[in-house]
Ligand binder design. Sequence first.
Ligand code: FAD
Length: 128
Amino acid sequence: MRDKHAIIVGAGPAGAGLALLLARNGGRVTLIERETEFERVFRGEGLMPLGLDMLRQMGLADEMRAVPGDPFEAWEIHLDCQLVMRIEEPSAELGDLAFRVAAPKTRSSKVKNSSSAGASRSCSAARA
Ligand SMILES: Cc1cc2nc3c(=O)[nH]c(=O)nc-3n(C[C@H](O)[C@H](O)[C@H](O)COP(=O)(O)OP(=O)(O)OC[C@H]3O[C@@H](n4cnc5c(N)ncnc54)[C@H](O)[C@@H]3O)c2cc1C
């Protein structure tokens, strides 16, 4: 691998992770991404146990702990604004690998701004 040059198209979790692992192993890597900013269409803010474990195995545990986030304690299912079911997440048991939702400052400020601009929130949305 050391005498090869890998060109990876797409800096999502798969491409960025592969680029990191190849570069760490001494490979020459070029990572190409069409987006010019990290902020993009909403996705990937729920950090799940298996994904967190994979990031930990890649040596990124400290970086993930530094991501601001809220623990995801339970799933609540509401019908007609009435709670019909609550499923607890085993947060205490999982510790650092517990499911959590990243909360970048930009997203929380957008939510605040949209609320003050008159956006409404539905009572049927899932809550944690
Ligand atoms: C709405 C939504 C919400 C989600 N929420 C979560 C969540 O909360 N938690 C979770 O774990 N998963 C979530 N997922 C799933 C998660 O986003 C995907 O599993 C993950 O992003 C897949 O990673 P990837 O690297 O394979 O692809 P992507 O993340 O799609 O990355 C591909 C990258 O390639 C780039 N690209 C594509 N074509 C080109 C090109 N021609 N030239 C240059 N760059 C290019 C794209 O811009 C993109 O950055 C969500 C998905 C969606 C759609």
